[in-house]
Design a protein around this ligand. Sequence first.
Ligand SMILES: Nc1ncnc2c1ncn2[C@@H]1O[C@H](COP(=O)(O)OP(=O)(O)OP(=O)(O)O)[C@@H](O)[C@H]1O
Ligand SMILES: [Mg+2]
Length: 228
Amino acid sequence: MTIFTIDKVRKTFMNGNVKEEILKGINLSLKEGEVTALVGASGSGKSTLLTIAAGLQPASNGQVIFDGNNMTTMNSEQVRKIRASQFGFVFQFAHLVPFLTVEEQLMLMLDVSESKIKKREQKREIDKILNLVGMDHRKKAYPSSLSGGEKQRVAIARAIIHQPKVLFADEPTASLDSKRSKDVMSLIRDLTKTLNITTLMVTHDEEMLSYADHVIKMSDGLVLQSEN
Ligand SMILES: Nc1ncnc2c1ncn2[C@@H]1O[C@H](COP(=O)(O)OP(=O)(O)OP(=O)(O)O)[C@@H](O)[C@H]1O
Ligand SMILES: [Mg+2]
């Protein structure tokens, strides 16, 4: 089922006095339980498109439809609610809070996302997700004692603990070596399938494309080619 539709999305920034069109009419749709990879040269607009889809900034034109809701016509509070409860985020660096243990990072996310998971079920849910990402044995650890790959697995757990429908990942493997990148990508793919999440991921790494169901190539603000 299609859960996300991006329809004729344009984005213009002012660069001094000069208007620059960064996205020039993007159309794409994302299906539940699928990983879509967004590739293209630096500056082609990948992160801009991802942040517009995620409701982190508005489009200048066009529509973003999520689960039947037109996000373009919502006010910022409505968009914030969807973002907090339905979307999860992973970035190049894990950005864990240095003074919280692994399980506390996830507990904090449940608070911030206004999750519907009941208080007494939260610990069990955290254990379940940490088990899924292979980090249950380190739940009392602080970030400083984790490797880069382990930190990223905790960041992925934190991105999905509130049971979001969509996972946005901007270069999630860019700070990892080849083996850890493959581990993290296969984890993202497995979680997408097992939990029926919709994943939109930006990557520069050709090796990661084999983990995607679809690859969308961007060039100069346009979708150049969409492969299945
Ligand atoms: N807030 C902004 N104001 C002005 N220009 C911006 C803004 N955000 C992005 N841009 C410009 O839009 C273009 C696309 O940026 P974007 O970050 O989407 O590229 P990208 O494809 O993600 O590149 P990279 O692979 O290097 O991360 C760039 O030229 C960037 O400088
Ligand atoms: Mg980028």
